[in-house]
Write a protein that binds this ligand. Structure first.
Ligand SMILES: C[S@@+](CC[C@H](N)C(=O)[O-])C[C@H]1O[C@@H](n2cnc3c(N)ncnc32)[C@H](O)[C@@H]1O
Length: 275
């Protein structure tokens, strides 16, 4: 798809302000995507200048998402996916990987960003088994009871709930543990939860804070780094799958090569046990 023309796109989506940087579009630019505006690119460039390990971490995070979906659809036989905070669709989307393994797979994408959702709808128009909804994952009830979710997914059967690089936008006082628990409660036994989450950088704490201060100020969105133990605490009662919570590039790597210099981001897959 061609790069978006900011003015033209803003006219087609009057509620989108191209001058207000958005996490979805900043991330899209850092991944090499085209669905972003100059205001997003400015924040992204400043972030990558301050924290050169950021881009590697973002790409490693996206590669983790692809591998986790391949593992779920292939090895574990999961055929339904609820991707919360799915972002702007880029190469190697969840549905592309799942459908390549199982053409009967179903995918619901959920994002709060108008541009991400509009672009996804455009890409997915011809795929009845894949849908995208504009919703806030902090309202599990709204997501789960959305008519398109209900039409696409059968929650009485196992589903993979993906929360990749999104829970860091939810501060403790908005209770991410309750949000995760609500999705777990709605999913059938034998379902899976996959999470990736940014962690504090131990050696470049000052640069990371400078980058995040700018990011938070520019996007007006909170960003909270968490240690891996804080993330696994949300998965209490679930069976954490091997290799546990690890740096994303160490989770079932395709090649046994890890990138030494990426910002810490952890990934984990857990199974909801049968009672
Ligand atoms: C960093 S991107 C991650 C995209 C994708 N999950 C991945 O890991 O490649 C985070 C996405 O979460 C979305 N997001 C942030 N807060 C959200 C919320 N409360 N509900 C739904 N989506 C949200 C953003 O708009 C953005 O597209």
């Amino acid at each position: 798809m061609d790069p978006i023309d900011a003015a033209e796109f803003a006219l087609s989506l009057p509620e989108v302000n191209p001058n207000a940087p958005s996490p979805a579009r900043i991330y899209d630019f850092l991944l090499g995507g085209s669905q972003n505006f100059e205001a997003d690119r400015e924040v992204a460039r400043r972030a990558a200048d301050t924290m050169p390990t950021l881009v590697g971490a973002i790409r490693a995070n996206r590669a983790f998402l692809r591998r986790v979906v391949r593992h779920l659809a292939g090895t574990l036989g999961v055929d339904q996916f609820l991707d919360l905070g799915s972002g702007v669709p880029t190469v190697g989307n969840v549905h592309e990987i799942a459908l390549a393994i199982n053409p009967a797979a179903k995918v619901v994408y959920v994002d709060i960003d108008q541009v991400a959702v509009a672009h996804a709808r455009h890409l997915l128009a011809d795929l009845p088994s894949v849908t995208v909804i504009l919703a806030d994952l902090r309202r599990p009830e709204t997501v789960l009871k959305h008519p398109l979710t209900e039409r696409t997914l059968d929650l009485s059967r196992p589903v993979a709930v993906l929360m990749n690089a999104v829970l860091h936008f939810i501060p403790d006082d908005e209770h991410p543990e309750r949000i995760v628990a609500d999705y777990v409660a709605a999913a059938a036994p034998g379902s899976y939860v996959a999470i990736s989450h940014a962690a504090p950088d131990l050696t470049h704490a000052a640069e990371q804070e400078e980058m995040l201060d700018d990011y938070r100020r520019s996007t007006r969105v909170p960003f909270i780094n968490r240690e891996p133990e804080q993330v696994t605490a949300w998965l209490d009662g679930l069976a954490i799958q091997p290799p546990g919570i690890v740096l994303v590039d160490q989770w079932h790597p395709d090649l046994n090569v890890t990138q030494a210099k990426i910002l810490r981001t952890y990934g984990v897959l857990a199974r909801i046990p049968e009672h």
